[in-house]
Write a protein that binds this ligand. Structure first.
Ligand code: BMA
Length: 330
């Protein structure tokens, strides 16, 4: 495996000065970790669904049962959040052990949520829809192992489109070599026409796996699309709360063709955001940036929401024109 050298964030992106924007202290039911949120503008407010993991931050331990659920928060400015007193109820019964890593897409006035579901028979990718952020109807669950699904905010050539990240262990030689795929559906329930979109070996700051990040946003030049990229370095050893953690998660950015998102129009060859701030470098898992939400404001500002160190939720901003230029010129 090729070791990836030190990386730096693009100068075109700025971290919000008062990061993190959401931590476990903001959540009334006391999770130990709050991270990997999906964010959207819905019914006149910013809405956020975030991941909660339970345990004890003082002793740096999680509950042995790996207890995880998702919480809900609302905001008027996308920065200061009011958290709902109870976590969401999504899948009760069946094989679901836990649901996590939500991504939100507003389409035709409804809010869709993609999420991962752990089951005893593998990880499934779920898609649910809500009209009130309280009752969710689950529309589909993939076969295992699949996750990191994100929905485009409109149909393209009459089909709904999603990005996803299956985990083909057997077919990739028994090691982590996981890529981003794209699929279409007439109804958000039956998915097909699946194709490889971006392979891990094409990204020079990854040597392990890739995954879709926030749902793409529409721009004049194409679908602006974030992804996460993972590199592994066996020398990393003890890192974070666990006995060892050898991965680093960075964020990359690309532009997909508006009429045919299976075509990459441009991609920045360097990462957009790399763990550098203390809240990204140290936490439950050190050196993790995991974007799950991206909002294009009328001013041209793009808000990027990301989980930092699997511990808290953060915000970074950039101008949409700069992000497009990064994709087209590097
Ligand atoms: C991935 C997912 C994310 C997590 C990341 C870093 O595989 O489990 O939820 O943020 O690892 O630990």
């Amino acid at each position: 495996m090729q070791r990836i050298p030190d990386l730096v964030s693009s100068p075109l992106i700025a971290r919000y000065a008062n990061n993190p924007i959401l931590t476990s202290d903001d959540v009334p039911y006391h999770p130990a970790l709050v991270f990997n949120a999906g964010v959207a503008k819905f019914q006149g407010k910013y809405v956020m669904v975030f991941r909660n993991d339970y345990g004890d931050a003082e002793t740096q331990t999680l509950l042995p049962t790996n207890t995880t659920d998702m919480g809900l928060a609302f905001s008027d400015d996308g920065i200061r959040w009011v958290v709902r007193p109870e976590p969401l109820r999504l899948l009760d019964g069946g094989e679901a052990i836990r649901c996590y890593d939500p991504r939100l897409t507003v389409m035709d006035g409804r809010c869709y949520m993609c999420f991962a579901v752990d089951t005893p028979h593998g990880v499934r990718g779920g898609i649910a829809v809500t009209d009130d952020m309280e009752r969710f109807e689950v529309l589909s669950l993939s076969v295992p192992d699949n996750r990191n699904m994100v929905l485009f905010p409109e149909k393209i050539r009459d089909l709904y489109v999603r990005l996803e990240r299956p985990f083909p262990i057997y077919g990739r030689g028994g090691i982590h070599r996981f890529d981003i795929w794209i699929s279409g559906s007439p109804d958000l329930r039956y998915w097909g026409d699946s194709e490889l979109l971006l392979a891990v070996e094409a990204v020079r700051f990854a040597n392990d796996k890739l995954g879709p990040a926030a749902p793409p946003i529409k721009t004049e030049k194409g679908w602006l699309t974030l992804f996460h990229a993972v590199d592994l370095d066996p020398a990393r050893g003890k890192n974070g709360w666990e006995p060892f953690w050898k991965k680093r998660y960075t964020a990359g950015i690309m532009l997909l063709d508006l009429d045919d998102p299976r075509r990459i129009v441009g991609r920045c060859t360097n990462p957009l955001l790399v763990p550098e701030a203390p809240y990204e470098k140290e936490g439950f898992r050190n050196d993790v940036i995991f974007p799950g939400g991206m909002i294009l404001e009328d001013s041209g500002e793009v808000k990027i929401y990301y989980g930092a160190a699997d511990t808290c939720e953060c915000l970074a901003t950039a101008h949409v024109d700069d992000l497009i230029r990064l994709c087209l010129e590097s």
